[in-house]
Design a protein around this ligand. Structure first.
Ligand code: SF4
Ligand code: FES
Length: 198
């Protein structure tokens, strides 16, 4: 696999062909915030918080670093006025769904995002897909999935599978950036497969 030289935040970084900008940055110890990325899962590109600014032919544009591949001579900025402003806007939208998420709150402080800019929608899930993808790709149980579309989209446990598989796993729980997942599990557990004594 050939080596690729690029610049991230003014630092010369060596990466391998096929790596994403996020992976190259992480290997170089440069932090880019992520919400839907996990190293064990296929890239998803849903939350957009990892966007960075790249320079190509004298023009700059924003790209999603967890899916955008490195290229020879690429110049990347992980922070810039454009990057920070866009991340702030994304955070404000996500905070409308999960205003108390510690992960979002910490990022909001860093980027000056207003948690009350948009009317709160008590959905608590930010649709990062980490739980659904972890269950399918790593645990290979398919105990939960997304139902519905658009603003109605939500995660849903499949009671018949969850009743058998989740007790010994729960590997998705710590991945959820909002803690909604645990609440959804407790709800489905109590409604669909209550245990004796619960
Ligand atoms: S429940 Fe949590 S982990 Fe699952 S999609 Fe929603 S925010 Fe992401
Ligand atoms: S971490 Fe890249 S889009 Fe979510």
């Amino acid at each position: 696999m050939s080596e690729i030289l690029l610049q991230i935040d003014g630092k010369q970084v060596t990466a391998s062909e096929g790596m994403t900008i996020l992976e190259a940055a992480q290997n170089a110890g440069i932090v880019i915030p992520t919400l839907c990325h996990h190293e064990k899962l296929e890239p998803y590109g849903a939350c957009r918080i990892c966007l960075v600014e790249i320079e190509v032919g004298g023009w700059t544009r924003l790209v999603v670093s967890c899916v955008y591949l490195v290229a020879e001579g690429l110049v990347v900025k992980t922070r810039s006025p454009k990057v920070d402003k866009t991340r702030k806007g994304i955070l404000e939208l996500l905070l409308a769904h999960a205003p108390d998420s510690p992960q979002l709150t910490a990022l909001a402080e860093e980027y000056g995002a207003d948690r009350n800019r948009f009317e709160h929608v008590a959905s608590f899930c930010i649709h990062c897909g980490l739980c659904v993808r972890y269950c399918a790709e790593v645990a290979e149980k398919h105990a939960l999935g997304f139902v519905d579309r658009g603003i109605r989209k939500e995660i849903s446990f499949i009671p018949e599978i969850a009743a058998k598989e989740c007790d010994d796993c729960k590997g998705c729980f710590p991945l959820c950036p909002t803690s909604y997942l645990q609440a959804a599990f407790v709800l489905v557990e109590s409604l669909a497969f209550p245990r004796n004594g619960k």
